[in-house]
Ligand binder design. Structure first.
Ligand code: ZN
Length: 283
């Protein structure tokens, strides 16, 4: 009990027991539902199953607003969340113990103090949230397979990797990565964020005035970018959004920001570009 309360991972025997109970047919359905999981080879699938079992044995997944979390939902969330740590130690996800699942997007009350000292209260629509030392909150509607590169599960768990090393600043812990000096990470991160922000500025300037930048019509312009515009918010969001694109739709990212892609590939110890190319070229 104390282990769990402290957010430590489950014991190997508990993980093995849980893994043995995962229905192979359900597991296949989960992998088939997401193209970026379908692309995994046999060895990667076995590793993802072990990581997913670790996650399910180590975290409580609770439905919010009266929602029942089915086995398919829990396994879908665990599999997506485990992809970033496929070749990393699961201990990077320790220190907290709950995943809360809302049926759809949820609203978060916010307070912000402006430069004049005035406090503003407002609500923000969200598809997910990651609390420092606390739960990951997800919208199930947004955690299902989609046609675009948006992936709320990978996004929030990338924030967890970032937070595990201290504040959310786009720099995950690099202690296990001797090949990645923090200074190099910082330099490539800042340079890539600058380039992306410049590309976003150029796209925004190119949108004709009669088109509302918030409308769907404007998507044709934003679609030219290698990442969702939200990535320009700050370093933490740049890392989280980049991680979504890295795993789900890596080609535009690898082409536009090759150094950043290379750094993410070295950090995650995976090459989704090669993996997905194999899927497209395969039978
Ligand atoms: Zn975020």
């Amino acid at each position: 009990m104390l282990r769990w309360l402290k957010g430590l991972g489950a014991r190997p025997s508990e993980v093995a027991e849980l893994q043995a109970r995962i229905d192979p047919e359900l597991w296949r359905r989960v992998l088939d539902a997401y193209p970026f999981l379908r692309a995994l080879d046999e060895a990667e699938r076995a590793q993802l199953l072990a990581r997913s079992a670790w996650l399910l044995a180590s975290k409580h997944i609770n439905g919010a607003q009266g929602m029942e979390v089915s086995d398919f939902m829990a396994l879908s969330i665990a599999a997506q969340a485990s992809l970033p740590i496929l070749n990393l130690p699961p201990s990077l996800y320790e220190g907290w113990n709950e995943i809360i699942v809302y049926p759809a997007g949820f609203r978060i009350p916010r307070t912000r103090q402006d430069a004049a000292g005035v406090v503003h209260e407002y609500v923000e629509d969200a598809a997910g949230e990651a609390w420092e030392g606390g739960p990951v909150v997800l919208s199930w509607e947004d955690a299902q397979a989609r046609a675009d590169a948006f992936n709320v599960v990978i996004h929030e768990f990338a924030h967890k990797l970032d937070l595990q090393a201290g504040e959310a600043d786009g720099m995950p812990g690099l202690a296990a990565h001797r090949d990645l000096p923090p200074r190099q990470w910082r330099r490539v991160l800042e340079d890539s964020l600058d380039r992306f922000t410049a590309a976003l500025d150029a796209v925004e300037a190119a949108i004709p005035r009669h088109i509302d930048p918030e409308s769907e019509e404007a998507d044709a312009w934003y679609g030219q970018l290698p990442l969702d515009p939200y990535a320009a918010t700050d370093e933490a969001e740049f890392f989280a959004v980049s991680s979504e694109h890295f795993f789900v739709d890596p080609a535009p990212l690898a082409e536009a920001l090759p150094q950043w892609y290379g750094l993410l590939r070295a950090y995650y110890r995976q090459d989704p570009l090669e993996r997905l190319a194999r899927l497209e070229g395969g039978p």
